[in-house]
Design a protein around this ligand. Structure first.
Ligand code: CXF
Ligand code: ZN
Length: 375
């Protein structure tokens, strides 16, 4: 399907705090000089979409969400040279490209990460989407708003991908999967022979398990309260699992690792779990935080229990990766059978977006991916 002359497309519009989206007819504008118009083929559903729907991370509504989009480049602005019409792309997170953090190779920790991803518009306040009443709809969520047939991405956040792999497989690489894998391989730099514990076995946590095996960790411990997911974690590389409903994970990790864990990753978004992820570390152990919590969430720590064993706590956004190099690496691991992330995915029609969201929230589906268009 080509874009209609009047640029009328379908998009899932989130109109109120906590409310389910509805698919509406909206109009999308032309790409600006630094933008890429992408015909969206698929988009993953990530926990952060729900966090924003519920306004726990505020973004102005009504808005088109969706930030694990993948599709085919339809048109590019005059400054864009890295992709051309017809290219297959995965869209990832937005960053300003101008601040000292972007300059030092940490675009996921960009000083403008909140306005560029959650501002609900371009930097100048304009949106590319209007509803049937002619009113602007907030967009540019993660510079994509990909729960829609077309997306206005930025040249910064499109990653060219091979055309022989399906876009409805590759879509979630742009957020959840690179977050878990990047945390292990890039931020924590889990060492061969080390012990690694992940708290939370959603898409991020399971990506971390697969990455810990790639990194050569010899103890890979998955903690959750969902027995099915713990079984899947074992199939994907966990050497041990702990059901936190049945056993105390801190005691159990200390028993398994003897000296305490070298690395832990908090991927559940709960403060009480973060405390466990710190408590289970050994001397010089590092705990990474990737679970998104409501703004203002706090946790208490045993100060001497952190200081004396020289524990480290590391905040990690999007695995602190450069998406344009890390996503192709994950694709190579997939081809080699070392990162079988297809095991996490269940596909839904775009029209069933609310079922996909419900199945994600109930834990029935690990990574819902919406099929929005064809190649
Ligand atoms: C977010 C979490 C908050 C900062 C930006 C990235 N996660 C994406 O799903
Ligand atoms: Zn996400």
């Amino acid at each position: 399907m080509g874009i209609h002359d009047n640029r009328l497309i379908k998009a899932a519009v989130f109109r109120g705090k906590g409310k389910a989206p509805a698919i509406e007819d909206v109009t999308i504008g032309e790409p600006r000089a630094d933008e890429v118009l992408v015909r969206v083929v698929a988009c993953g559903v990530c926990h952060t979409d729900m966090v924003v729907r519920d306004q726990l991370l505020p973004m102005p509504l009504p808005a088109v969400l969706g930030h694990e989009g993948a599709g085919v480049v339809e048109a590019v602005g005059s400054n864009v040279t890295k992709v051309a019409p017809g290219d297959h792309v995965v869209m990832s997170f937005a960053f300003c490209g101008d601040c000292y953090l972007c300059d030092s190779g940490h675009p996921a920790h960009c000083a403008n990460i909140l306005p560029t991803n959650f501002g609900g518009s371009r930097a100048d306040g304009s949106t590319g989407i209007t509803d049937t009443d002619g009113k602007p709809v907030h967009d540019h969520f993660f510079a994509q708003s990909a729960f829609a047939q077309y997306s206005l991405a930025n040249m910064n956040n499109v990653v060219k991908v091979p055309t022989d792999l399906p876009l409805d497989l590759l879509a979630p690489l742009g957020c959840g999967l690179q977050t878990g894998a990047g945390a292990v391989l890039n931020a924590l730099k889990v060492r061969p022979g080390s012990s690694f514990v992940v708290f939370g076995t959603g898409a991020v946590g399971l990506a971390a398990v697969m990455a810990a095996r790639i990194a050569g960790a010899t103890q890979i411990i998955a903690v959750d309260i969902n027995a099915d997911r713990l079984n899947l974690a074992k199939e994907l590389g966990a050497t041990h699992t702990i059901n936190a409903k049945e056993e105390d994970p801190v005691t159990k990790v200390q028993e398994i690792s003897v000296k305490g864990a070298d690395f832990s990753l908090e991927a559940s978004g709960h403060g009480s779990v973060l405390r466990q992820a710190v408590d289970c570390l050994g001397f010089f152990g590092t705990c990474g935080i990737v679970g998104a919590s409501p703004l203002g969430s706090e946790v208490s720590l045993d100060i001497n229990g952190v200081m004396i064993p020289a524990k480290r706590i590391m905040g990690i956004v999007q695995g602190d990766v450069i998406a344009s190099t890390f996503i192709p690496t994950l694709i190579e691991y997939y081809r080699q059978g070392r990162f079988p992330f297809d095991r996490l995915i269940k596909h839904y029609d775009f029209a069933d977006i609310n079922q996909a969201i419900a199945d994600s929230e109930s834990g029935k589906t690990i990574k819902p991916v919406l099929r929005i268009g064809t190649v």
